[in-house]
Design a protein around this ligand. Structure first.
Ligand code: PLP
Length: 382
């Protein structure tokens, strides 16, 4: 077993706590953890209230829901996230979940123990840790400034490939052409792609696919994970969904259904009604406004860092900036300097994998005033 002893964010929290304990007067700003800060939009809040009222009336009370999620939400997903983009999926291919972390972490339970797993490096730790816990071999495809953060195809045979685009942590994307190469690889090598689209709502450029199913052949080789966490501020509400096509060569749709029925009892009715509300015209307009707020942070952060000569990647179609550490500092050295001198928390890139060394991740999820203040402080120390 090669499991890091701590979850990355637990390590960081410990260091920040220690700093705060020694410097109780310091006003620490976090541009570290990937949690949102803006409240739920009013369309969602109204849906929550309405659903809560229904739960308090015997005529409309709901107990356990359908295993794959309520039809009202699965149909809205099919219509708005897929048919509107010309993708034909069936509501039976959609599994509503309590978020993408559990589904991306749990999906490997359907895989053989000897499957070889490919991940990008750096990577969202869940894909690696869940497979290391299961004892599988992992190969890492480096994503560096030199290759434009576009992973190369594996040189050895792999069975399963995790891709996350727009990417956490680098904030970079794959174009249609680049993603097509992976689909082609998977089809030719009989591999399964597990595609995490948690940041799909942040895409602004036309050459970036919103769903892997926009690529021909992906319905035969890919599973896609979505989350309302970053899309609509649901990190505390909990709701997402996973698409498992019935056209995959292995009956994973049936197997995932069987797995979920055994170990999962569904996402709350209230959360599912809240998720449904983001697909209304008001809901769409409101969540776009919040995403716009974060993306404005991203562009002003990027501008401020570039103005002081720091290299920055990502942040155009994702709420993350991948920042090259100046003066050849290591990720953790730069983390320490930002914390102790600017009282700003970042995430050391190396925590996401060896290719993350020499980078830190900054998130655009902060309040805009606080984010500006943090960037001012960083400017002053460099
Ligand atoms: C935030 C995030 C998720 C979503 O997690 P939830 O469990 O839905 O809150 C999934 N994948 C990545 C890469 C993320 O950053």
């Amino acid at each position: 077993m090669n499991l890091a002893s701590n979850y990355l964010f637990a390590d960081i929290a410990k260091k920040v706590q220690a700093f705060k304990a020694e410097n109780p007067e310091a006003d620490v700003i976090s541009l570290g953890i990937g949690d949102v800060t803006q409240p739920l939009c009013s369309a969602v809040v109204e849906a929550l209230h309405k659903a809560a009222d229904e739960m308090g009336q015997s005529a409309t009370f709901r107990g356990y829901g359908p295993e794959r999620g309520y039809d009202f939400l699965r149909n809205a997903i099919v219509e708005h996230d897929y048919r509107s983009r010309g993708i034909d999926i069936d509501a039976d291919e959609v599994f509503v979940s309590d978020g993408a972390k559990s589904d991306t972490g749990n999906f490997q339970e359907l895989l053989g123990k000897d499957n070889i797993i490919a991940v990008t490096d750096p990577v969202y730790p869940v894909y690696v840790d869940s497979n290391v816990m299961a004892g599988r071999k992992i190969v890492k495809q480096p994503c560096t400034a030199e290759n434009g953060f576009v992973p190369e195809l594996p040189k050895e045979h792999v069975d399963v490939i995790y891709l996350c685009y727009p990417n956490n942590p680098t904030g970079t994307t794959l174009s249609y052409k680049e993603l097509y190469r992976w689909v082609e690889y998977a089809l030719q090598n009989n591999a399964l792609i597990l595609y995490d689209a948690a940041y799909e709502a942040y895409i602004r450029h036309d050459n970036v696919p919103h769903s892997i199913y926009e690529i021909d052949g992906a319905m035969e080789c890919a599973v896609e994970f979505h989350s309302y966490s970053k899309t609509a501020g649901f990190t505390g509400i909990r709701c997402g969904y996973t698409v498992v096509p019935k056209t995959l060569p292995v009956p994973l749709n049936q197997l995932w259904s069987r797995r979920q029925c055994t170990k999962f009892n569904g996402t709350s009715y209230i959360s599912q009604r809240a998720a449904e509300a983001i697909y209304t015209p008001e809901g769409q307009q409101q969540i776009r406004a919040t995403i716009g707020y974060y993306m404005k942070n991203a562009s002003s952060m990027k501008e401020a860092l570039r103005a002081i000569g720091i290299q920055v990647y990502g942040g155009d179609d994702a709420p993350y900036l991948w920042v090259r550490t100046p003066y050849g500092l290591s990720s953790w050295q730069f983390f320490e300097r930002l914390l102790t001198e600017a009282h700003v928390v970042c995430t050391p890139g190396v925590g996401f994998g060896p290719s993350g060394e020499g980078f830190v991740r900054l998130t655009a999820f902060g309040q805009s005033e606080r984010t500006k203040e943090a960037l001012e402080r960083i400017k002053q120390i460099f």
